[in-house]
Design a binder for this molecule. Structure first.
Ligand code: TH1
Length: 754
């Protein structure tokens, strides 16, 4: 394909004369056309991956790589005095996700297309995404993330369906993003929307009138649900998503020849966490509308739907009051009642019922009773589901439960974000690992090769330098690449325990102030957004930013310790940060992080994990071996036992451990409080009290060992050969964590496509 001719045709002028904006627009169009050429209409059975989130990241480079056009375009632009990097800055990151769940969905779409499988994503087209995070006075504030304003890869289709909600009719419109497979077919991500969305209703930050559904429905992902109107809006969003999905699914199946009684030969629906659960009663409803009896409709729906559970945290296991459903989606309430009634009659077991005694509808109970597969996202997580959290369901439906350990796409998380490492790996072991990730294992042959080890640390240094340059340019902060980059990047949540990391940093700070000079110089880097209504999470950000300010203004400490919190951590920042990391902090309280996927990205890019035996950390440990990972903390069994007997008392640790007391007290010290210019800081005081009275995620019991193991990692870093060998072995053993492997397992055990 003559890319130059296509680009010039699109531009209507020579590349040299075009602006970056014009080139970007032309590239979007050329890329979309090349992607459309790779669409396939064959394949009887199709997967529909329905998800409230898709955290896709910028698309230009990724699509160019997958279409095999990257080098050509790169050179062509260079030849004409342009720079692909500059043009990429114009590529807005679609803000359609929040964290690991949404990023997983995007990695999956990449792998599905790369493996040549027939599968599309279905979600919503949030105009302002989650939110854009800014820091003001050491506090998080939120502003809309207006990604669609700019030119985007979105394609408007003429697909539209009527959706009845709250007694009104809404007409949807479907936008598509093309999902390019690496050297393979193109699939689609369908994003439903309304034409009537009106962003002018957004006032100060991200507030808006929650009742104006025609204007607000797809404005934001996860609108604040701390009041009733917010919770109802989420139901509107969820139903809108699945009602459209069900229409699309049935139309496509019928057009391929399904008589609906054999729908399961044409369709499999993966329900990504409970957010799309209403697709079950809605599909039943639409099948009945198309003439099926309720018995047939239920039976067929059951054969088409599979559910993935991503968490055991109670707050995320959605339960909606039946009254809300009656007011918004009365058409599916009678169906939900039938579904509940049948389960109650058959099993006479309240614990698996759909509608509970308080008239709340358990979405997970719909999924598990009426889907044919239930999977967890890492080995430990699935075991906890089976033995504890969902044990009552497991006892009834043992055959439905299966594990699918998460994975990440190597196209974005190695080739695209770390080209120099990719190139070097290709030189050493060939290109095969890009499609067959287990071939990375060949790298182990070089574990004692000094030249290879040196080259790996050289690449890490270059990536650290590139990250420093980026941070200086975008944030005006000057970092020192010759320090250990010790990184924790993920959503802010108490169970992920950024506060434990913070306590270590405070301890180190106080040691330095007391004249105890550490041997290693460390840069602690945080990236995290907190949910807007999650007060304690915001308090933790405030405490980190406060410590950061103290240290940045203290030349004595700054030489040995930096604490840096990056604003607006997103896929784009992650792609720059991850290749630059030395130590990957994966320190959730054991049993609480279902899997984690950042842990895999860091490992693949040659960072060493410091973590608890939680989620997929357990499998990372099994793959790299104990020499090449730093493990600390309570086991998940110990944690579960502590919760069960209610024996945990933070006050005891505070009173008996001087280091804990010293670090926690520092939160409300005059240095920290003083930063506010007042003699009170409500946020720091609240966090202090939270530690003392609750510490629900048990930071104190893990504190001593965490500090010990972390300091050991820092001191091991000094031996660069040994350290580099650990990095090499992490990369070499990351093959298992490719999402290609995960998707092959989903397809083998659940979807059975092709
Ligand atoms: C995350 C899990 O916390 C994480 O451990 C896992 O790796 C990831 O999903 C992918 O499986 C989840 N994110 C959310 C988001 C919401 C509700 C539940 C979960 S679980 C809104």
């Amino acid at each position: 394909m003559d890319i130059e001719k296509k680009l010039v045709d699109e531009l209507g002028k020579n590349i040299i004369e075009a602006t970056n904006e014009e080139i970007y627009r032309a590239l979007v169009s050329v890329v979309n056309k090349a992607a459309i050429d790779k669409e396939e209409r064959n394949g009887k059975k199709k997967l529909y991956y329905i998800s409230a989130e898709f955290l896709i990241g910028k698309l230009l480079s990724n699509n160019l790589i997958n279409l095999g056009l990257f080098d050509e375009v790169h050179e062509l632009l260079e030849k004409n005095g342009k720079n692909l990097g500059d043009i990429e800055e114009l590529d807005a990151e679609p803000s359609l996700g929040n964290g690991g769940l949404g990023r997983l969905a995007s990695c999956f779409l990449d792998s599905i297309a790369t493996l040549g499988l027939n599968g599309d994503g279905v979600g919503l087209n949030y105009h302002m995404g989650l939110f854009k995070q800014t820091f003001k006075d050491r506090l998080q504030s939120e502003i809309p993330d207006k990604w669609i304003d700019k030119d985007t890869f979105l394609i408007k289709t003429d697909v539209s369906y009527p959706v009845s909600m709250g007694g009104k009719m809404y007409n949807s419109v479907m936008y598509d993003l093309l999902v390019t497979g690496y050297e393979n077919r193109t699939n689609r991500l369908h994003l439903f929307d309304l034409e009537t969305i009106d962003s002018s209703i957004i006032k100060n930050g991200i507030d808006f009138d929650k009742e104006a559904v025609d204007k607000n429905l797809t404005l934001f992902l996860y609108p604040d649900d701390s009041d009733e109107a917010g919770r109802k809006l989420r139901i509107y969003q969820q139903y809108f998503m699945v009602c459209n999905a069900a229409h699309l699914i049935l139309d496509e199946a019928v057009s391929k020849g399904s008589d609906l009684y054999n729908l399961d030969e044409y369709v499999v629906i993966q329900i990504n966490d409970t957010h799309p659960t209403m697709v079950i009663p809605e599909l039943i409803r639409q099948l009945m509308e198309r003439g099926l009896s309720i018995d047939d409709a239920i039976e067929i729906t059951n054969k088409c739907c599979a559910y993935t559970n991503h968490t055991i945290l109670a707050e995320a296991l959605e339960k909606w009051p039946i009254g809300y459903l009656k007011s918004i989606v009365p058409q599916i309430v009678p169906i939900i009642e039938v579904l509940d009634d049948r389960i109650r009659r058959k099993y006479e077991d309240e614990s698996i019922a759909i509608i509970d005694r308080n008239d709340f509808v358990s979405m997970a109970a719909i999924d598990i009773n009426y889907g044919y597969s239930v999977n967890g996202v890492a080995g430990l997580h699935t075991e906890i589901l089976k033995n504890t959290e969902l044990n009552n369901f497991y006892k009834i439906y043992p055959e439905k439960f299966n594990n699918k350990t998460n994975g990440i796409t190597f196209r974005r998380w190695l080739m695209s974000c770390n080209p120099s490492l990719t190139k070097y790996l290709e030189e050493l072991i060939g290109e095969g690992f890009i499609k067959d990730s287990f071939l990375l294992k060949k790298l182990e042959e070089y574990k004692d090769d000094k030249n290879v080890l040196n080259k790996l640390s050289e690449i890490k240094m270059q990536n650290k330098q590139a990250f420093c340059d980026y941070i200086e340019k975008t944030r005006g902060i000057i970092l020192d690449k010759d320090t250990i980059f010790d990184v924790q990047s993920k959503r802010l949540h108490e169970y992920k325990r950024q506060q434990l990391n913070l306590l270590w940093a405070i301890r180190r700070y106080l040691d330095i102030k007391a004249g105890i000079i550490p041997e290693e110089r460390v840069t602690v880097i945080f990236g995290a957004k907190a949910a807007p209504a999650y007060t304690i999470a915001k308090d933790i950000i405030h405490a980190i930013l406060s410590l950061m300010q103290l240290i940045e203004n203290d030349e004595d400490v700054k030489k040995y310790l930096r604490v840096i919190m990056l604003d607006n951590y997103n896929v784009d920042v992650a792609e720059k940060l991850i290749p630059a990391c030395d130590i990957s902090e994966q320190i959730s309280l054991a049993s609480k992080e279902a899997s984690g996927t950042g842990n895999m990205k860091y490992m693949l890019n040659g960072a060493v994990t410091l973590g608890t035996m939680d989620g997929a950390n357990v499998e990372i440990f099994e793959n790299v071996g104990e020499e090449n990972i730093y493990i600390f903390g309570l086991s998940s069994d110990e944690v579960i036992a502590k919760y069960k007997n209610g024996s945990y008392d933070p006050k005891y640790y505070y009173d008996n451990n001087a280091e804990i007391k010293r670090a926690v007290d520092f939160l409300v010290s005059k240095e920290m409080i003083g930063l506010s210019g007042k003699d009170h800081d409500e946020s720091l005081e609240r966090l202090y009290n939270e530690f003392l009275n609750k510490d629900y995620f048990m930071t104190f019991p893990d504190f001593d060992e965490y500090c010990k193991v972390r300091n050991k990692a820092h001191s091991d870093y000094k031996n660069q050969d040994e350290w580099s060998r650990k990095c090499l072995l992490n990369i070499a053993n990351a093959g298992y964590f490719s999402s290609d492997r995960t998707i092959e397992e989903y397809n083998r055990d659940i979807w059975k496509l092709q």
